[in-house]
Structure formats: structure tokens, C-alpha cells
Design a protein around this ligand. Structure first.
Ligand code: PLP
Length: 349
């Protein structure tokens, strides 16, 4: 088999959820964000493991993700849709018991007319200017909205991964101003917000990246191993070059491994000439350009040609790889390729 293997440790993900649940204030419920196929790790297996760990409320980005999640979880757990109630979503929301987080007066009208009496939450904009009702819009509709009985009032922090950023306190104050006295459960914090402390926790926290072992949750257990098979190795004479653009040239005799995995698998092209792969605990530099299905690695210093190399594993986490690519762990995770064989460990599964 020449496809790479992505091993996902469901026990580590469950442990990360429990750790974030413990960090969340006493009496605060901890949800789980599983949008984008659980950040690329496979929503069905991941969500079931999280439900077994105790998660009772899940967040997805769009209604279609909610439908797939409902199929995986069955009835019971609450599934919240961050994009709210869009035209065309009504049947999915109604039939599969999804809870839209309504983002505008338009969405609220649509929901209350199409599915009266069915659950919903409301997303408020406290300064990020991405999703949610603006303060003046909220002021105009709050009375009607509250009368209809929302399950949750929520907002999202723009700078929670920078604890000293003044935006955090500003958004917190705005959220209080918009929601104090409503008596409705409230949620402001994702992973970064949980780490800002209990003032940000309210009734519900919504961690995503921390569950999967990513920053800013530095104490997270790593949950991934990405092992790429070596297809062939060859010896190079000094002066010979490797790959597209002849971007790397051997200065001395070299042993080069051609490894299965390329930019079609989420190995960003910006890793060209910069990434490190691992033969057990021995680092081996990626040389030349990342191509669609293949990368090339200098393994001259190994005693024998390796059968496979790890790109993510015990010696190099998702965020270390992200740094080599000039991006963030979120992008590495959600770009993990569809071609990888996903193998799950733990999770009593
Ligand atoms: C993605 C997202 C989350 C989860 O954020 P993390 O930083 O991954 O913990 C929570 N809430 C909203 C609104 C989101 O879009």
C-alpha cells in the first residue's frame, strides 16, 4: 500500500475534552466543535468518542455537516449550526433536530416562520464583524427574540489566542452589555477563551482546536501520527538534482527517498525545502519541491533506507509542522488529505 496512514488517537481527543472541561468554570457546560469533518480527523468517529467522554452539545459550521453528525450520533446530543438558518436548510434543521445559531433578522424571521417553537440560539457580533447580529440590530429585535425563547446567546472572540490583546476585554464588556439580565444561557469562549479564565466562560464553552491537540492549548495531548510510505530510494552523485525546477542539488553523494504524499494530500507547497520528516527519532530534511503526490527526503545519514517516514508524530506535532509551512495548526489539520487511510486507536472503539 502506498497511501499514507493517519493515525488518530481517540483517547487523546477524549482526554483533551476532559481537560478543557475541567478548565471550564464550575457549572459551565463544555461543548465540542466538530466542524470541517472534526478539523479533518473524521467527524463520525471523533464525535462518537467525544459523546462517550461526556460531550452533550456539538457545533458544526453548516447544516449539511449537522446532518452527517446526526447520522453518526443518533438522537439526543444537541447539534448547533454556526451559519444559522439559511434558505434551503429548513428540512434538514427540522427533520434532524438541528439548532441553528441565528445570525441576522432575516435568519430569525425565516426560522420563526418556518419552524415555530423549534430550538434556536442567537449569535451576536461583539466586534469580530464576521457572524452575528450587530448591537443595534439586536437592540431592535431583542424583545421579540427573547420572547421566542432562544436556547443560547453566543459570540466569538477575535484575539483569544493573544491573552494580552485589549480586544478580549472589549468584547467581554460588549457581550455583557448585550446579554446581561436576559436569563438566557450564554457562550463566548472557544479554546483560547477557555484559557483566558473563568470571566470568559459563562454557561457554555466551545473548544475545537484544543480537542485535537493544537495551540493555543499547549498542554493538549498530541492526537495524531502521519506516516508516509517510502516508495523508492536512490543514490545520487554530486551535482545531480532532484525534482521539479531542479530545486535541490547534491553536494556530496546522497541517498534520497521518494515518499508518498504531496500537496494534493495537504502537504503545503510552502514546505518545499523547509520541512523535516522523522525516521523514528532521527530528523531527515525534505529537499526540493513538494509535488502533487510525492515529496523527496534526504536520508543519506540513515544506516539503511527507511520503509516510511513520519511527518507528524511524537517528535513533531501539528503546530511544529505548521510553523515550517508558515501557517497555523488549524490549516494543517483541516487540509489533511482525503487519500490518507485514517486509522483510529482508543475510544473503546
Ligand atoms: C471554530 C469556532 C470555534 C472553535 O474554535 P477553536 O479555536 O478551534 O477552539 C468556536 N466557536 C466558533 C464560533 C467557531 O467558529
Amino acid at each position: 500500500m502506498s497511501t499514507a496512514t493517519l493515525t488518530i488517537d481517540l483517547d487523546a481527543i477524549a482526554a483533551n475534552w476532559r481537560a478543557l472541561d475541567r478548565l471550564s468554570d464550575h457549572g459551565t457546560q463544555t461543548a465540542a466543535v466538530v466542524k470541517a469533518d472534526a478539523y479533518g480527523l473524521g467527524v463520525a468517529r471523533v464525535a462518537r468518542a467525544l459523546a462517550r467522554a461526556g460531550a452533550r452539545r456539538f457545533f458544526v459550521a453548516v447544516a449539511e455537516e449537522g446532518a452527517a453528525l446526526r447520522e453518526a450520533l443518533g438522537p439526543g446530543p444537541q447539534i448547533c449550526v454556526l451559519s444559522g438558518h439559511m434558505a434551503g436548510d429548513t428540512d434538514m434543521i427540522g427533520d434532524l433536530d438541528l439548532t441553528p445559531m441565528l445570525n441576522s433578522l432575516d435568519q430569525m424571521t425565516r426560522h420563526l416562520e418556518a419552524l415555530p417553537g423549534r430550538p434556536f440560539g442567537i449569535q451576536l457580533d461583539t466586534g469580530m464583524n464576521r457572524l452575528g447580529m450587530e448591537p443595534d440590530e439586536w437592540a431592535a429585535v431583542a424583545a421579540i427574540a427573547l420572547e421566542a425563547g432562544p436556547e443560547l446567546l453566543m459570540s466569538h472572540l477575535a484575539c483569544a489566542d493573544e491573552p494580552d490583546h485589549p480586544m478580549n476585554a472589549e468584547q467581554l464588556a460588549t457581550f455583557h452589555a448585550l446579554t446581561d439580565g436576559t436569563g438566557v444561557p450564554r457562550s463566548l469562549a472557544a479554546t483560547g477563551g477557555i484559557l483566558l479564565g473563568s470571566a470568559y466562560h459563562f454557561d457554555l464553552t466551545r473548544p475545537g482546536i484544543g480537542l485535537y491537540g493544537g495551540l493555543p492549548f499547549a498542554e493538549a495531548q498530541p492526537a495524531l501520527r502521519l506516516t508516509l510510505p517510502v516508495i523508492q530510494t536512490r543514490m545520487l552523485e554530486p551535482g545531480e538534482t532532484v525534482g521539479y525546477g531542479c530545486a535541490w542539488a547534491a553536494e556530496a553523494p546522497a541517498m534520497i527517498a521518494t515518499v508518498s504524499g504531496g500537496y494534493a494530500d495537504g502537504l503545503l507547497r510552502s514546505l518545499s525545502g523547509r520541512a523535516v520528516l522523522w525516521a523514528d527519532d532521527v530528523p531527515c530534511p525534505l529537499i526540493g519541491r513538494v509535488s502533487m503526490d510525492l515529496i523527496t527526503v534526504d536520508v543519506s545519514h540513515l544506516a539503511a533506507p527507511p520503509k516510511s517516514l513520519d511527518l507528524i508524530g511524537p517528535d513533531q506535532g501539528v503546530d511544529a509542522l505548521a510553523e515550517q509551512a508558515g501557517t497555523i495548526g488549524y490549516e494543517i489539520l483541516t487540509g489533511l488529505g482525503a487519500r490518507y487511510a485514517r486509522r483510529y486507536t482508543g475510544g473503546a472503539a
